[in-house]
Design a protein around this ligand. Structure first.
Ligand SMILES: [Mg+2]
Length: 282
């Protein structure tokens, strides 16, 4: 991580960035499975478990074209391979004909499997689950995450780093696609409820990332090169920030990134903080 001293604004994603817990993904898969018809539940679990373990064509880092029921490998949206659900590769000329342009991801028809939230969604959509039950399953999972049963551990050193950065006049912002009430509860559990100068919930990243960032830069009087975007979802948190000229820190616990995907790629925020500390500046 470039030393924090020249930076005046840091914009953080929430889920997958400010906490390292992963056991809620199992809960999410259970909530989704409970909404599937009896006949497809077993197949859902088989494919989901295989996908989680890297034994299915569907896996983290790929994309799912729900309309064509095809699994896509891509590099920054450019399709490099396509498979049927059961793993049959499409010929290269057919791939080129179907996907001549970079993919434009959305949340229902063309999904980027950029983090583990998307694995059970893609499997469930393959088995015919619609957007309403999926939304219910998501909110039920967020409710679980707000409950006492979901224990969260703050990332060591994070609050301290934020406090020191703000004491020097730095500004911090949170930008999350998640709803406000559960995100606030999660921030409270992490001891971060008052750690931000701006909070953006329901951010609708990636479509609205650039607009939010431009507003934050204007609000705090900061130039793009004096700002940092930190997140674990490349299309949502990194690509739009790079287009605007912000410094980018890609939190990449699953090793999906390639060397030039961001200014700094780290397996965890904990590691980014460690590097910032090791650089000797505070
Ligand atoms: Mg995230």
């Amino acid at each position: 991580m470039r030393t924090p001293d020249p930076f005046k604004l840091v914009v953080f994603d929430l889920d997958g960035t400010l906490y390292e817990e992963t056991h809620h993904f199992d809960r999410y898969a259970e909530e989704i499975a409970a909404r599937l018809p009896d006949g497809s539940r077993e197949a859902f679990w088989r494919d989901y478990r295989d996908a989680e373990r890297g034994r299915h064509t569907l896996r983290l880092g790929r994309a799912y074209d729900a309309q064509a029921d095809l699994i896509l490998a891509h590099r920054r949206g450019r399709v490099t391979g396509a498979w049927t659900w059961d793993g049959r590769a499409l010929p290269a000329d057919e791939v080129a004909r179907r996907y001549p342009e970079p993919l434009r991801f959305d949340r229902e028809t063309l999904m980027n499997i950029g983090d583990p939230w998307w694995l059970p969604i893609a499997v469930a959509v393959h088995y015919g689950l619609g957007p309403e039950p999926l939304a219910e399953a998501f909110l039920a999972t967020r409710a679980f995450m707000q409950s006492e049963a979901f224990v969260m551990r703050p990332i060591p050193g994070l609050r301290d780093w934020i406090d020191r950065f703000r004491a020097r006049g730095g500004k911090t912002a949170l930008m999350t696609n998640s709803p406000e009430p559960d995100s606030r509860t999660i921030l409270r559990k992490l001891g971060l409820e008052d750690a931000f100068d701006a909070l953006i919930f329901w951010a609708e990243k990636p479509a609205k990332t650039e607009g939010h960032l431009l507003r934050l830069l204007a609000e705090f009087g900061v130039r793009p090169e004096e700002a940092v975007s930190v997140g674990d979802n490349w299309p949502n948190d990194i690509a739009p920030a790079r287009r605007l000229g912000l410094y980018t820190v890609f939190v990449d616990p699953y090793g999906l990134g390639e060397a030039d995907d961001a200014d700094c790629i780290v397996p965890s925020l904990r590691e980014a903080l460690r590097r910032a500390e090791a650089s000797g500046r505070r």
